[in-house]
Design a protein. Structure first.
Ligand code: GLN
Length: 338
């Protein structure tokens, strides 16, 4: 117990003196070393271009409130963001039309199903939540209707602002998924038939496949996560990227739905809002504190990075980050009471 308090105080110490990151760097390096040899899991080969990725890359990055990034391993290697994009296009839609209108497009209920399940909520005829493919394609359709031809450019601009650097997208991965993504195309038509959007299905899917092909690094994910943690303001550039209410809503849905059919286990073990992608990335958010980005492309059966999950769980344990860890929130206040 005492140990958790002192580990937690590491983050408190960094908050008061942003240059004191040495201890944190040591801790992150230890987590990296612990899992470096774990080569379990497989690449996502259902998108042919993803099967060509070097499988054993591994990087961890933490984005701190000062804007500093503490990183180790392949934290600057680029990979496609894939489903992590869903959390940020959802935040964009919330910013544009608010929570009530967004609920007419997509719900907020965990599905407990794999990410590519083809089904709608029987009561609403809308996707259950925006973190699975049905929901994310619905969000892409709505963004297309609202933003027109510029929709993808706006998505790329917003993601770049959240990451604090100009991002690009991988044309080959985009084309590879566009040419083989028949299941997502089926979802696109299902949503069109349900009048979730009236836009042409191919145009909606082009946006969805492109947003999934945006190239990021673990360090970018850490800064994007830190932007969310910092209530929508990028701690590096100080630019406000998202509003307060959209951030709150997106974090709530990431907490309950971000890890697909593994979401419940994740909530109990790690206790952080997070989003994974089949490119091998995981982004986790410690509300009002830090963003975590991990990249390791070998995936488990749910499509979540094996080493990404292990690293997040270990960091959460070592730093006392679980949202309901009795000893973490306002730790100095609690310490005074103990
Ligand atoms: N582009 C991928 C797909 O739609 C994203 C899936 C994921 O990252 N889980 O299948």
């Amino acid at each position: 117990m005492d140990e958790t308090i002192s580990r937690r105080s590491l983050l408190d110490a960094i908050a008061s003196d942003p240059s004191s990151t040495d201890e944190l760097e040591i801790l992150v390096k230890k987590v990296y070393a612990q899992y470096l040899g774990n080569l379990k899991g497989e690449l996502a080969d259902y998108i042919p271009e993803l099967a060509k990725v070097a499988p054993d890359q591994f990087g961890i990055a933490l984005g701190l409130p000062s804007g500093r990034v503490v990183s180790v391993g392949d934290a600057n290697a680029e990979f496609t963001i894939q489903s992590i994009s869903k959390a940020y296009t959802y935040t964009m839609l919330l910013d544009l039309i608010g929570a009530d209108e967004t609920l007419k497009v997509v719900g907020v209920q965990p599905s407990g199903d794999p990410f590519n399940t083809i089904s709608l909520d029987a009561r609403t005829n809308r996707p259950l939540n925006p973190m699975v493919n049905t929901g994310a394609i619905a969000v892409a359709g709505k963004l297309l209707e609202l933003l027109g031809k510029e929709a993808f450019d706006k998505i790329l601009d917003t993601f770049s602002q959240a990451a604090g650097r100009r991002l690009s997208f991988d044309q080959k991965v985009f084309e590879s998924e566009r040419d083989t993504g028949h299941r997502n195309r089926a979802i696109g038509h299902l949503l069109r038939a349900a009048h979730v959007y009236e836009a042409p299905v191919d145009d909606v899917l082009d946006i969805y496949f492109k947003q999934c092909s945006i190239l990021v690094t673990a360090a970018d994910l850490a800064v994007m996560g830190a932007t969310t943690a910092n209530l929508g303001v990028n701690p590096r550039t100080k630019q406000r990227v998202f509003g307060l209410d959209p951030v709150r809503q997106a974090l709530s849905v990431m907490f309950t739905c971000g890890m697909y059919d593994g979401a419940g286990d994740w909530a109990c073990k790690v206790g952080l809002p997070a989003k994974s992608g089949v490119g091998g990335g995981i982004l986790a958010v410690v509300n009002r504190q830090i963003g975590i980005g991990v990249f390791s492309p070998r995936l488990d059966a749910s499509g979540n990075s094996v080493r990404g999950q292990l690293s997040c769980a270990k960091l959460a344990e070592d730093l006392g980050l679980h949202a309901f860890d009795a000893l973490n929130h306002g730790s100095s206040f609690l310490r005074g009471l103990l």
